[in-house]
Design a protein around this ligand. Structure first.
Ligand code: ZN
Length: 177
């Protein structure tokens, strides 16, 4: 049998929580196929920490932290854009779908997971990344290639003309370093 790649790590999530187990590892961005559409490149790796614990009312829970750099696509100029990912989530593990409360209290930021003996850690991480990404990531306006083009479309008044010159000046400065 071939060696399993690290994206195939599965846990018994209920057991993991009750025994307060912990995984601290890195995972290649290229393993996240659903994320691929949002990326300019899938190079690099993210660091994550998954820890099991019992919450204040003794409910089996998981805490997930993911951090690292993603290379997204700017939704204004479609150019590459570096994004510092820093996602945190906590999950309470419930026996079945029916045990998930009807209305999740949005204020407490707790999600629910159904108990599974072979829950994919990579899938959990990818879900969390997708939830934490901005809906339409964009460069800061001064750094965006589309900004000068957008300004040309507007009918420029004297002040806009000045603004345009300032923007172009800043852009040139940045591209020189
Ligand atoms: Zn841009």
């Amino acid at each position: 049998m071939a060696a399993l790649p690290s994206n195939s790590v599965t846990i018994n999530n209920l057991d993991f929580a009750r025994k307060a187990l912990e995984i601290h590892d890195t995972i290649a961005v290229s393993q996240f196929l659903r994320l691929a559409d949002f990326l300019s490149t899938d190079k690099g790796a993210l660091e994550y920490r998954l820890a099991g614990y019992q919450d204040d009312s003794n409910k089996p829970s998981l805490k997930l932290e993911i951090s690292g750099k993603l290379h997204l696509l700017c939704q204004r100029c479609l150019g590459p854009m570096e994004y510092d990912l820093d996602a945190h989530a906590t999950f309470v593990i419930v026996r079945d779908e029916a045990s998930i409360p009807e209305t999740e209290d949005e204020a407490d930021e707790v999600d629910y997971l159904v108990a599974e003996t072979h829950m994919s850690v990579a899938d959990l991480i990818e879900d969390e990344i997708l939830l934490s990404l901005p809906l339409a990531p964009k460069h800061e306006i001064e750094a965006c290639d589309a900004a000068s083009k957008l300004n040309e479309l507007k009918k420029p008044g004297p002040f806009a003309e000045l603004q345009k010159l300032k923007l172009q000046g800043r852009k040139t400065d940045e591209s020189q370093d």
